[in-house]
Design a protein around this ligand. Structure first.
Ligand code: NDP
Length: 474
């Protein structure tokens, strides 16, 4: 079994104990990583602090070039990274609609290349014969990055690259369930970056807590559950650390009466079920007008029954296992509660036999708001399809949820759909697609889905503070 050390200050660090990493397709360990104690968290933050000054003083062009070199290193090691992502997360190498480890590693490369090219130039807000006032963007210092298990490598890149690009140093703590691809990424990065610029510590939530409460950390970027996000924000307040929180959602999709059903059902299915529904901006509540309700339900059920589920390493597999046993239990519990609420199961509803954390892709009709499966984020391969009759009323129902990450409207009338989409209370809205994110478009949640945005210039700014420089001319 391959073992991975942590990397602190450019050096391998064995730690005092280790963590086994489970392949969710088999339920057995395939690798292990060194586990951090508080001592190593302190060492990692200290290394990042020492590295901060020289790194932040490097030219922007030099940092850009090093980020591009890292993108190249990922490309050169793409096959290995894809394999590791599949082994630890369960997602197939290719996956439903091409959404698998290939997309994850390819996306990580694309995001790195795009973000590397961004600049935050000095903004001159006044320049007259009396005064010149410039607004500079300065790096914050040491950034703590806490990442989840659903898209481990891509989310690591979303945190690390903008932080480094503008001159911060980073200590990353991946999810205990998926630390391997990120550790390999940090190994590759440490062949390129100066020592201490990017460090990794591994462990469970207590290691994350030690990192995010560390007094010498200036900013926390976190992707994960709302409950943990709130704990982190409370901890951060002690020393007023900046936070960016991406906390998942319970995204609604609304199919209008005029939608062309046969054209959109495969897209709806992929928007809901890619990566087994374990994507923050997956479509998780599907509202369909009564005129086409039964038709949509039956077509979705047909796809759920025929989609290929299996080990992500096998050719042609579209959906893998759920990533961990705890999440499988959440999905099972929500399926049980949907059953007792009178949900009509059109496909799935049970775990699949054999090893691993497999659950049959599940379509549940005839539930409404107020059922747990509708109100809560299942983060798994189970979709409630909800009937509505009035468009204004359904917008209000979609907005009643306490989450606000994404939402979508599906219609043949693009103008009408665009207007309605803007009535949804969430950070991103889509028309006739859902969850399609890209590196130049800001992405983030409102309400209980988080705070701040990632990606593009808006995301880059979150890793800086403003320094206003006012100089009189006479
Ligand atoms: P958590 O929020 O518990 O975990 C996310 C990350 O935070 C992990 O790296 C975790 O470490 C770390 N962590 C846990 N506790 C602390 C703490 N006190 N301080 C600092 N870091 C901490 O999510 P779960 O894995 O438990 O997933 C539960 C739910 O979260 C899912 O059902 C889903 O709804 C949501 N989720 C949302 C994601 C998104 O993309 N927004 C991604 C994943 C989950 P460790 O795992 O080692 O405990």
């Amino acid at each position: 079994m391959q073992h991975y050390d942590m990397i602190i200050n450019g050096q391998n660090c064995a730690g005092d104990s280790s963590l086994e990493v489970i392949n969710p397709a088999t339920g057995t360990a395939f690798a292990s990583v060194a586990r951090s104690s508080e001592k190593q968290v302190n060492e990692a933050v200290a290394a990042a602090r020492v590295a901060f000054k020289p790194w932040s003083q490097q030219s922007s062009a030099a940092r850009k070039q090093l980020c591009q070199q890292l993108a190249q290193a990922m490309e050169d090691n793409m096959a290995e990274l894809m394999q590791l992502v599949t082994l630890e997360s369960g997602k197939p190498l290719q996956g439903l609609n091409g959404i698998g480890s290939g997309m994850e590693v390819g996306g990580a490369i694309a995001w790195t290349r795009y973000t590397a090219e961004l600049e935050l130039p000095v903004d001159v807000v006044q320049d007259d014969d009396k005064t010149r006032i410039e607004v500079h963007r300065k790096p914050l210092g040491v950034v703590a990055s806490i990442t989840p298990w659903n898209w481990p490598l891509m989310i690591a890149i979303w945190h690390v690259i903008p932080a480094l690009r503008v001159g911060n140093t980073v200590v990353i703590k991946p999810s205990e369930f998926t630390p391997v691809a990120t550790t390999r990424l940090v190994q590759l990065a440490n062949e390129i970056l100066p020592a201490g610029v990017l460090n990794i510590v591994n462990g469970e939530g207590d290691v994350g807590a030690a990192l995010t409460s560390h007094p010498d950390v200036n900013k926390i970027v976190f992707t994960g559950s709302t409950a943990t996000g709130k704990r982190i924000m409370a901890t951060a307040s002690a020393s007023l650390k900046r936070v960016t929180l991406e906390l998942g959602g319970n995204d609604a999709g609304i199919v209008l009466p005029d939608a062309n059903i046969s054209a959109i059902v495969p897209k709806l299915f992929a928007a809901c079920f890619h990566n087994n529904g374990q994507t923050c901006a997956a479509l998780k509540r599907l509202y369909v007008h009564e005129s086409q309700y039964e038709d949509v339900c039956q077509q979705l059920a047909q796809l759920a029954k025929t989609v290929k589920v299996g080990s992500g390493l096998e050719d042609g597999v579209e959906l893998g296992p759920i990533q961990n046993a705890k999440q499988l239990a959440v999905v099972q519990e929500l399926a049980d509660s949907a059953r007792s609420d009178g949900g009509r199961f059109l496909a799935g509803g049970e775990p699949l036999a054999g090893g691993g954390y497999f659950f049959a892709p599940t379509i549940v009709a005839d539930l409404s708001d107020g059922s747990r499966l509708v109100d809560e984020e299942p983060f798994g391969p189970i979709l409630p399809v909800i009937k509505y009759s009035d468009v204004d009323e359904v917008i209000a129902r979609a907005n009643q949820n306490d989450r606000g990450l994404g939402g979508s409207i599906w219609s043949s009338d693009i103008d009408k759909a665009t207007g309605l989409a803007q009535q949804l209370e969430c950070g991103t809205v889509w028309v006739n697609e859902h969850g399609a994110i890209q590196p130049n478009a800001p992405f983030g949640g409102i309400k209980q889905s988080g705070m701040g945005v990632e990606f593009g210039l808006y995301g880059l700014e979150e890793y800086t503070s403003i320094q206003t420089v006012k100089v009189p001319k006479r």
